[in-house]
Design a protein around this ligand. Structure first.
Ligand SMILES: Cc1cc2nc3c(=O)[nH]c(=O)nc-3n(C[C@H](O)[C@H](O)[C@H](O)COP(=O)(O)O)c2cc1C
Length: 175
């Protein structure tokens, strides 16, 4: 990869919601998790955790918890990325709630881009019932599920989506 051209790498990714059933090799999952573990985090506390789900029944239960989004059942791997409030709040108190969410979303972003680098497709999925996901995965109370990242070989190529003009986000010096 030409590292000077990260824009063309990241802009070639798009969300995919239809997957082949073939499993993702364990070494690819490990690669994605290794990439996530390099993510920055507040105080280097790494207040995120992930539940790797490949079991078909568990994926079906997660899909139901995600308001019946079919790609959650169809994708061969779901990475349930979570914030770990105990890890962050034990150092940062209330501010740790925000840091744990940030740590988890950065880790999830790294996972999504690592999958892209391995020619795998993904879909970040945030619409789900927290308590239902907690039940399915047996998450303790101090763990908040933040994203279900579906990963697999896309059945159809992703469609690149448009964006707002970057200038609409940007404020110079002050708002
Ligand atoms: C926080 C967040 C929540 C999302 N939740 C869902 C979701 O529940 N279901 C879904 O199909 N896509 C979901 N997406 C994917 C977005 O729809 C998608 O990223 C956006 O439309 C831009 O398309 P692209 O990823 O193909 O560039 C989510 C993305 C983010 C970042």
């Amino acid at each position: 990869m030409d590292f000077s051209d990260i824009l063309s790498f990241i802009s070639g990714r798009s969300s995919v919601r239809e997957y082949e059933s073939e499993p993702v090799p364990q070494e690819e999952i490990d690669y994605i998790l290794d990439c996530a573990s390099t993510a920055p985090s507040a105080g280097n506390i790494e207040a995120w955790d992930v539940v790797v789900v490949t079991d078909e029944e568990t994926r079906a239960a997660l899909a139901e918890a995600a308001f019946n989004q079919p790609h959650i059942e169809q994708a061969p791997v779901i990475l349930a990325v979570c914030s770990n409030y105990v890890r962050s709040m034990s150092r940062y108190g209330e501010r740790g709630i925000l840091y744990a969410l940030e740590d988890a979303t950065i880790a999830c972003t790294y996972m999504m881009l690592a999958a892209h680098a391995r020619n795998l497709q993904s879909c970040w999925t945030g619409a789900f019932d927290d308590d239902a996901v907690r039940d399915v995965l047996g998450l303790p109370q101090h763990i908040r599920p933040v994203a279900l990242l579906a990963i697999g070989k896309g059945h159809t190529p992703g469609q690149l989506t448009g964006r707002m003009a970057v200038g609409e986000h940007v404020h110079r010096e002050t708002w």
